[in-house]
Design a protein around this ligand. Structure first.
Ligand SMILES: Cc1cc2nc3c(=O)[nH]c(=O)nc-3n(C[C@H](O)[C@H](O)[C@H](O)COP(=O)(O)OP(=O)(O)OC[C@H]3O[C@@H](n4cnc5c(N)ncnc54)[C@H](O)[C@@H]3O)c2cc1C
Length: 463
């Protein structure tokens, strides 16, 4: 590997796995247990967050081994820990380029260049948008592609909301939003739901969900925030305005195959083509796993199974071609995984003016008024997967800055008034304050360097 994109002459790796959903992590678990010491590129922004789609959901009730269900982000944390325990090396970046027409293959990220004999593509799929003319204006100002992440924000509470789509995700999201909304409108293009029977029944029997069949959203209105949508009946062609403060997209996914266009065989929708039930792609040594090559089943367990097949196939292929390098682990039986506990909410007794990272509105008020250091406030909500990714990143930033800045975590469900005052309309949001002034705000997950740079620009400098 080489830093900063400098092309030195990196050693050739056995296997690079691109993507950190169930497919990627399962492949990593198998390959690391087989002593291949795989590198896993987690992804960061391009095709979804590290951990993949399950980071955007709450309870996963159908993944075997969890009789009481498991939260999506927790399941992905467990998979990650298992992969790390057996020696997987993580690169927390997006893969920017794959060169598959040369051997060994080349994988480029922003900061790293890797040569590898085999690759598993597990880049999953990304949520689709409607492409409406005002979509960008109201994106994150009323429009969201993740009800589970954003539904709890104060602006959506006790308001009418809408969900577009007719599949499992749409039904799940509509049902979830009834917790917060006065009413949820489900906008369905056809005259039936494509969701599983159990999920569809839940929605059809809900008093708080009103379904608009044969309908589509044709326009969006509002000022600073979405206030209404135009709904078009596709049969009568009549239009009506629906006053909603939130519009949640659940209209399917596009496979993340930009990296391999013109290099591997893709179908007309962009899915990576393999022989049915097999991981091999059109290039020897390159394997596909999970939703990136599966338009049909698209489940955590099917993605994990595909990751397993891809890793076994890669190992077999490396062996048959005398390319395998067995890299024994230091310990045959690695240490058990250490599980870190969430930090407690800070109160009058536990507050520390110099602590790098605290939680809750008491700490925020005190630091805002009394600290002279740059202050990062991270607004989160319980079930928000991206928050789960971002929190440890922010803690790392603050640890690395060694006291130069401080951080406070605010759960917007516990502190809705603070969130409202701060104008928070989605999680995660990070605000940087210095001497009570708001210097910068970021929505979503950014690279650590973005926060570091902003803090450094606003640090107290000795003359
Ligand atoms: C709201 C919702 C609820 C769901 N609920 C369930 C459920 O209850 N049970 C169930 O079994 N399934 C559920 N699913 C489906 C399940 O999440 C997917 O089938 C599964 O996550 C697919 O796994 P994957 O590993 O193929 O891809 P994904 O989970 O999509 O992961 C893809 C990974 O690739 C990474 N990536 C993309 N591009 C790049 C790049 N250029 N460089 C590096 N990395 C990249 C992304 O960051 C991500 O980490 C749900 C899906 C959604 C959206």
């Amino acid at each position: 590997m080489s830093k900063n994109g400098q092309i030195t002459n990196p050693p050739t790796e056995n296997l690079v796995i691109v993507g950190s959903g169930p497919a990627g992590y399962t492949a990593a678990i198998y390959a690391s247990r087989a002593n291949l010491k795989p590198i896993l590129i987690t992804g960061f922004q391009k095709g979804g967050i590290p951990g993949g789609q399950l980071m955007t959901t709450t309870f996963v009730e159908n993944f075997p081994g969890f009789p009481d269900g498991v939260m999506g982000p927790e399941l992905m944390d467990l998979m990650k820990s298992q992969a790390l325990r057996w020696g997987t090396q993580l690169i927390e970046e997006d893969a920017e380029e794959l060169q598959l027409r040369r051997r060994p293959f080349l994988v480029k990220t922003n900061e790293t260049l890797i040569k590898t004999n085999s690759i598993i593509i597990a880049t999953g799929a990304s949520a689709n948008k409607l492409g409406l003319k005002n979509e960008d204006i109201y994106w994150s100002r009323g429009i969201s592609a993740c009800a589970i992440c954003d539904g709890a924000t104060p602006q959506f509470r006790e308001e009418e909301l809408a969900v577009v789509g007719g599949g499992d995700s749409a039904c799940e999201e509509a049902f979830y939003l009834t917790k917060y909304a006065t009413k949820v409108h489900l906008i369905v293009r056809s005259k039936e739901l494509r969701a599983s029977k159990a999920m569809a029944d839940r929605v059809l029997n809900s008093q708080n969900i009103s379904i608009h069949w044969n309908s589509e959203v044709s326009d969006l209105y509002g000022s600073n925030w979405l206030e209404a949508i135009q709904l078009k009946d596709l049969i009568s062609k009549k239009e009506q305005e629906l006053k909603v403060k939130g519009l949640f997209y659940a209209i399917g996914h596009t496979p993340n195959t930009d990296l391999i266009t013109n290099q591997l065989n893709l179908d007309s929708s962009g899915y990576l083509i393999t022989e049915a039930g097999r991981p091999e792609t059109s290039i020897d040594g390159v394997y596909a796993a999970g939703d990136v090559s599966d338009w049909e089943w698209r489940q955590g367990i099917t993605a994990a199974a595909a990751g397993c097949k891809a890793a076994l196939a890669a190992e077999r292929w490396l062996t048959e071609n005398n390319l395998i390098q067995i890299i024994p682990r230091d310990k045959v039986e690695p240490e058990k995984v250490f599980k870190s506990e969430p930090i407690e909410i800070t109160d009058i007794n536990s507050f520390n003016l110099n602590a790098p990272y605290q939680r809750g509105e008491y700490a925020l008020r005190k630091l805002y008024h009394e600290s002279s250091k740059p202050l990062l406030v991270i607004y989160t909500s319980t079930n928000c997967g991206p928050c789960h990714v971002l929190k440890p990143q922010i803690r790392r930033v603050l640890d690395e800055l060694n006291g130069e800045a401080q951080g406070v975590e605010i759960d917007i469900e516990l502190s809705p008034e603070i969130a409202k005052q701060a104008g928070i309309n989605g999680t995660p949001t990070v605000q940087l304050f210095k001497s009570k002034n708001l210097i910068k705000q970021w929505k979503g997950v950014k690279q650590r360097s973005v926060y570091v740079e902003a803090i450094k620009q606003n640090s107290y400098k000795k003359s």
